[in-house]
Design a binder for this molecule. Structure first.
Ligand SMILES: Cc1cn([C@H]2C[C@H](O)[C@@H](COP(=O)(O)OP(=O)(O)OP(=O)(O)O)O2)c(=O)[nH]c1=O
Length: 191
């Protein structure tokens, strides 16, 4: 027997987004890879590499998936890759940078089928934030929702009120572009 559908992610948001498609993973495995960007690496190349490396790292531990899916979400301001904001100071720095500006949220998805074939898609969504006052920034940092998030915010929470414009995939910003995910899973033979 094989491992069934393997979700190579520790993110509860990715599990919830898959549930929106009616898909429940048979196995959850957290990818452990080095997420440091290479010197001069551009956002699209970086996020694509991250999703592929997550898929490959987990595939090595789940030798017989019927289908395996991994993803990576990265916030970019121009050519600059924003960090996953692991401290309140980093959340504040990200918000200062994003205030009143457009940025792009890239989510790359990598799917491996039963034969070991890799299929990939990249979703890019342009998001504009309103100009944030010092008080708005401080309140958002204090609420803690930005911690651990790429770019220091989560669009599915309070930061939704900062978004004055969005073009692309809302689910992609949260962590999995569902239009692309559905196409990849179907092409990979998931019923
Ligand atoms: C921009 C943005 C990011 N995020 C989240 C999605 C991702 O979980 C996280 C980006 O980090 P990722 O490295 O893509 O994912 P992860 O470390 O949480 O999970 P795993 O590698 O195990 O799959 O930021 C939101 O939830 N909302 C948003 O609006």
């Amino acid at each position: 027997m094989d491992d069934g559908f393997v979700l190579a992610s520790s993110s509860p948001r990715r599990r919830d987004l898959l549930a929106q498609l009616g898909v429940t993973p048979d196995l959850l495995l957290a990818p452990e890879i080095d997420e440091t960007p290479r010197s001069g690496e551009l956002p699209r190349a970086y996020v694509t590499r991250m999703a592929r490396e997550k898929a490959q790292a987990v595939a090595a531990r789940a030798p017989q998936p019927s289908v395996l899916l991994a993803a990576d979400t990265t916030v970019a301001c121009g050519r600059r890759i924003l960090p996953a904001a692991t401290t309140p100071e980093l959340v504040d720095q990200c918000l200062r940078l994003l205030s009143g500006r457009r940025h792009t949220v890239h989510t790359a998805v990598a799917v491996v089928d039963a034969g070991g074939r890799l299929r990939e898609r990249l979703s890019a969504t342009v998001v504009q934030f309103k100009r944030l006052s010092d008080a708005e920034r401080a309140a958002y940092v204090a609420c803690g929702e930005g911690l651990g998030k790429a770019g220091g915010y989560a669009i599915q929470g309070r930061a939704a009120a900062f978004v004055s414009f969005l073009s692309g995939s809302y689910s992609g910003v949260v962590g999995l572009p569902l239009h692309e995910v559905r196409q990849l899973l179907t092409a990979s033979g998931l019923p």
